[in-house]
Design a protein around this ligand. Sequence first.
Ligand code: HEM
Length: 419
Amino acid sequence: MTDADSTRPAPPGCPAHGGAIPLSGLEFQQTPSELYRAMRRDHGAVAPILLDGDIPAWLVLGYAEVAHVTGHDELFARDSRRWSQWASIPADWPLLPYVSPQPAVRFTEGAEHQRRAGVITEALEAVDQFELALWCRETAEQLIGSFAGSGEAELMAAYAHALPVRAAVQLCGMPARGADTEELVRDLRISLDAADADDNPVAAYGRVQGRIQRLVKAKRGTPGSDVTSRMIAHPAGLTDEEIVPDLISVIVAAQQPTANWICNALRLLLTDDRFALNVSGGRLSVGQALNEVLWLDTPAQNFIGRWAVCDIQLGGRQIRAGDCLVLGLAAANTDPQIWPEGHVGAENSAHMSFGNGEHRCPYPAPQLADVIARTAVETLLERLPDVVLAVEPAELTWRPSIWMRGLTSLPVRFTPSAQ
Ligand code: HEM
């Protein structure tokens, strides 16, 4: 990328000028940090990229630039109907679940967003974090009990994914156990991460919607002390058509990133000598590992996205009204502009892992996620104190996703025990 390139006007509606980089491929899955470094070196803080099917967009790699984009909703907005590329998007485009406009909080703006996000925030604020921790511990022990006797386990499916999704549905007022809950947990997994050829994510998502609709109806009749009932009772007066997609947003947003947070922290604890020395009972180490993951191996590595409201300059690039910007959260966290000494990561939480600005992960969701993740990791290390990886660290494989950073599997072994 030369200076001349950066000043050359982009063809209308096409951020692909100047050697756009396909945002896909093995490198993104295995060593994305190296790729982000190379992109930043070659393209600067805002890089032209190609999404699936060569759809052009921008990847915002700079910390200051991500903060600017997320801090200025009036310039970089959330409603994807602004996108200038819709005419090129096929009906079966794999990213449609992330970008197609939905009647959910994530796609609302301005006063409407404040209304919807305010209801979620207040409903989550009333969660008793002490009770949540106790509940998570009990559930973690049950999950561990299901594999403790065998001396080996695959922790991604059996634990890291299983705990947050149960926590999320329980927070929303569904029974922690039972056929209905198990069915919802299974359908959420299929709709987010169809693993088998027989899985039908669209049908599974339809069943999730149906189940949540029934939950909202039931809670209207018989309210309880849960997130759903508080959303229904909120003076903002949300309709069922608003509450159902927002509840699904809460459950999905809680499940995927928290599962990967647990997984990436466990991987760090089990592979890095700095932590391995005093893993068992080392509560301080668990906290440090969780925080280090948010800086260096963040669960939501890229987030789509924002849509430019008008023609505007960003990071030396000419962005056109209707362009799509992908937030490079992992790249922003490791931006050399904020780590000039080369040492990346800090004990504070100034990372971009929960987003920033109006649409950031709503307070107190990051605290609830911390309770879930911390309890999951601590309980596992306490119950299985000699747990080790069952494969070489280099054999661990990452999910084929440019959005979520997490392992496909985390095989471990330990001394079998009766729980
Ligand atoms: C209990 C767990 C969680 C809940 C209930 C939750 C809930 C939500 C909700 C409802 C939104 C949409 C906000 C809006 O559009 O106004 C959101 C956004 C987001 N969340 Fe969370 N979340 C949780 C955990 C996490 C974790 C563990 C991470 C990553 C480490 C994360 C990262 C994000 C990001 C990056 C966004 C998007 C911000 C943006 O659009 O700029 N969340 N979350």
